[in-house]
Design a protein around this ligand. Structure first.
Ligand SMILES: NC(=O)c1ccc[n+]([C@@H]2O[C@H](COP(=O)([O-])OP(=O)(O)OC[C@H]3O[C@@H](n4cnc5c(N)ncnc54)[C@H](OP(=O)(O)O)[C@@H]3O)[C@@H](O)[C@H]2O)c1
Length: 235
């Protein structure tokens, strides 16, 4: 069964687990699979408490993309005035952190043509959430001394850049491995994302929801590129 994460209330805990968790609103990763369910079992160490006042849906939307966006943003060291190109700009990861840093954001959505917008000036930092040909085109307009994050795969493949090519272009390239988290780090980043949202500094866009029973329709919508922001399944 698919599903990498859930939001809900803790119904029961094992003997060795703090009973204060019972009844709390939480989000948790589900070891990559098993989240498409009405009830799940997760490790107590993977529970992330949802701050008071934060909608469970908002917390669910942030469980994976919040930590990923924070880590990508922290690693790239985006500065005020930088020109930042984001492919898959209307997807779940979005552009809010880059915007808040005072950078000029160039968002590419639906097609390589929109990269023309960026080509004119070149980009200091590229967050490539698409991969494939669009990612290669984005690499081509990254400035010398710039930063290219090749974390996107919706096109079917990550953007691949050899060490020699990165050196020749004078671009620092990072791959998907920079955003694979587990254990403490995953929980700490999720807590940070939720507290940023509770403080109103992160506002994930939940573009559409589907009942869990219509999960197939949700997948079809994502595959057809018809969705905006994050898509959630509701129980
Ligand atoms: N920790 C992690 O490992 C982690 C976590 C989150 C995300 N990611 C990576 O980051 C990528 C971006 O995340 P996201 O949440 O923003 O993705 P998303 O919400 O699934 O958005 C993907 C977007 O990519 C665009 N796209 C361009 N070419 C496409 C193609 N050939 N097929 C399908 N879509 C295409 C579509 O936008 P347009 O139609 O507007 O072009 C689509 O909306 C993910 O796909 C994944 O590779 C990794």
């Amino acid at each position: 069964m698919p599903g990498g994460g859930v939001a809900g209330r803790v119904g029961a805990v094992g003997e060795a687990v703090d009973r204060a968790w019972v009844g709390r609103q939480v989000v948790a990763k589900t070891a990559s699979f098993g989240g498409y369910a009405e009830r799940v079992v997760v490790g107590a160490e993977d529970l992330v408490g949802v701050p008071d006042g934060l909608e469970p849906r908002t917390a669910a939307a942030l469980l994976h993309d919040g930590p990923t966006a924070l880590e990508l943003f922290d690693n790239a060291d985006v500065k005020t005035g930088d020109r930042v190109l984001v492919t898959a700009a209307a997807g779940g990861l979005g552009i809010q952190l880059v915007h808040a840093a005072g950078a000029t954001v160039i968002g590419a959505a639906r097609g390589a043509r929109k990269l023309d917008l960026a080509r004119e000036h070149g980009a200091d930092v590229v967050f490539d959430g698409v991969g494939g040909e669009i990612g290669r085109a984005a690499l081509g307009i990254t400035r010398r001394g710039g930063w290219f994050s090749a974390h996107g795969v919706p096109s079917g493949s990550f953007t691949t850049v050899s060490e020699e090519e990165a050196k020749r272009l004078g671009v620092t390239v990072r791959g998907i491995d920079q955003v694979q988290f587990s254990g403490d780090k995953a929980v700490r980043l999720a807590e940070r994302a939720l507290s940023e949202a509770a403080a109103g500094r992160l506002r994930p866009v939940v573009g559409q929801t589907f009942p869990l029973a219509d999960a197939a329709a949700a997948h079809a919508a994502v595959e057809s590129r018809a969705v905006l922001g994050k898509t959630l399944l509701l129980v």
